[in-house]
Design a protein around this ligand. Structure first.
Ligand code: PFF
Length: 524
């Protein structure tokens, strides 16, 4: 067996997991969700989801990841097989490769938008003196929403260049490996992100009342626009769904990425406190920074339109409302650059975590060397990103992938993980594993939650979700050829991964990789 990689330092792994968690979800998705779902009142379902789903599942992923890693596996097909003590369980693990891979295919495109905007601030082309026109129209052209294939024209060739640079950077760090690439980058990137976000936050909170003719549009009003609670929203199941979805997306829980990162820990490395620390860091970035920047800033300059449903969509807020704000703000060009550059770094630390599980699988499942794995993954993910970029009309491919993989499949994987931890590994063994080398003691009721409450809560929200969305979503696929194609594309990738996982299992069995696990059972 090849010598497996390990994280260099404890703070390194915490920053890498936090880097995966802190991303566009914190700065763009979260404020939009809060503003649309009851302001401050949203924080009630949000914190419940954090306590019932986010933190327990995060501990379960850290524990199962280290458990599998110590036994020689780093990807969910291998780790699930180890936990279930049968190589057949690897097929379930395929979904832990599919989700991060498909998400990468569109996340990298949005990442490139951020870099594209950062460059456009650097050269001033997004500033009013250079007449970028209406920011809404600018953004629509930028992402090619008007017609399929429009991003492949000569006029947009620079965006393709930006996309290539983004791809190149991701693969550069990935190729350098877990310690020298991902960990080294996250150790530098996380503090830079924090400093940049705090600079932008201070700028927003010191804006006062920039337009004396509109005295209501001030900082306090901005904070109110975001946070004033609307408790009526709590009786709407959609609010609860949105809160759970946000917790998953933001913490990177249920995607198969934490399980992979945790598999590079050593047997005695702490997981309990590390998991909690990474989660807390994510919450700081989300609530304290993400929650205080975009909507307050947009309200101060644009007024109530900032929280109008047409403006608070994940991307519109960041790419339309904020450029309008920077256009009116003193030193707007500088702050515009800092903001989009910060978003870009936040996105890279997240997208790296989407690629690593698949690389790990190619290496351990197919016996490929790192450069061959990276080359194959590069090719597949480029095909996917190409698909998203080509079918840009109405951002249809992106939205379809985000809905079916970023929302629906996510619940399924989270459920599988909860069952694996609570019922297959068993909470008794799980609790012992979780406390191996741990710096804190986790109350016993968390085990009870993982076994009963988390899976039931997941089923309830999933059923509610299907009831609210299923008919509508399936109908919309029938009318939309691109949506249909996107689903076919996802199925094709899934089929490919299943085949690879099948082949990997044959190799593992031949090599006798599971034999000692059965002996271990006798020791238990
Ligand atoms: N947690 C990231 C964010 O908040 O932007 C998004 C993300 C990262 C999703 C890693 C999925 C993933 F595997």
């Amino acid at each position: 067996m090849r010598k497996s990689e390990n994280w260099g330092t404890r703070i390194g792994v915490i920053l890498a997991v936090a880097g995966s968690a802190v991303g566009l979800g914190n700065f763009l998705r979260f404020p939009g969700q809060v503003a649309q779902n009851g302001g401050g009142a949203f924080m009630i379902p949000y914190f419940i989801a954090l306590l019932v789903l986010g933190i327990p599942l995060c501990w379960a992923e850290w524990t199962m990841g280290r458990y599998g890693g110590v036994r020689g596996f780093h990807s969910s097909p291998g780790i699930f097989s180890v936990i279930c003590k049968t190589p057949k369980a690897r097929y379930l693990g395929t979904i832990g490769l599919l989700i991060p891979l498909i998400i990468y295919m569109y996340y990298v495109v949005i990442e490139a938008w951020c870099l594209g905007y950062a460059i456009s601030y650097l050269d001033g082309s997004l500033m009013p003196e250079n007449n970028p026109g209406d920011y809404k129209v600018f953004f629509a052209n930028f992402k090619g929403v008007n017609s399929d294939g429009s991003l492949l024209t000569a006029e947009h060739s620079w965006f393709l260049g930006v996309l290539f640079i983004t791809f190149g950077l991701n693969f550069f760090f990935l190729y350098r490996g877990v310690t020298k690439g991902i960990e080294a980058f996250c150790r530098i990137a996380m503090p830079i992100m924090a400093v940049l976000a705090i600079i932008v936050l201070i700028r927003v909170l010191t804006l006062g009342t920039p337009d004396p003719t509109k005295p209501d549009q001030n900082v306090i009003g901005g904070l109110g626009a975001m946070w004033n609670p609307d408790f009526k929203k709590l009786s709407d199941p959609k609010t609860w769904l949105a809160a759970s979805g946000q917790i998953f997306f933001s913490l990177s829980v249920g995607f198969g990425v934490i399980i992979n990162y945790a598999s590079y820990l050593r047997k005695k490395d702490d997981v309990a406190l590390s998991g909690l620390t990474a989660t807390s860091m994510n919450e700081f970035f989300e609530v304290c920074l993400g929650g205080l920047i975009t909507i307050p800033a947009a309200f101060i300059f644009l007024g109530a339109v900032a929280t109008d449903p047409n403006h608070v969509g994940t991307f519109d807020l960041g790419f339309i409302a904020l450029p309008e704000v920077f256009a009116r703000m003193p030193l707007g060009q500088l702050f515009g650059f800092l903001w989009f550059f910060m978003l870009f770094i936040a996105a890279i630390t997240s997208s790296l975590s989407m690629l690593q599980p698949v690389i790990a699988f190619f290496e351990e499942g197919l016996g490929l060397k790192r450069h061959a794995s990276a080359a194959i993954l590069g090719l597949i993910s480029m095909m996917g990103a190409g698909f998203v970029v080509y079918f840009s009309k109405g951002t249809m491919a992106l939205n379809t992938m985000d809905f079916w993989i970023g929302t629906v499949a996510l619940f399924i994987l989270a459920f599988i993980q909860a069952v694996l931890y609570g019922w297959i590994l068993g909470t008794e063994k799980g609790e012992k594993e979780l406390h191996e080398g741990s710096h804190i003691r986790i109350p016993h009721f968390v085990q009870f939650m993982l076994k009963y409450v988390t899976p039931v809560f997941l089923i309830v929200i999933f059923v509610m979700f299907c009831r609210d969305n299923a008919v509508e979503s399936i109908a919309s696929i029938q009318d939309e050829p691109v949506a249909k194609m996107s689903i076919m594309f996802i199925c094709m990738i899934f089929g490919f991964l299943l085949l690879m996982v099948h082949i990997a299992g044959i190799r593992w069995e031949k090599e006798g990789r599971f034999d000692h696990l059965l002996e271990e059972e006798d020791d238990d």
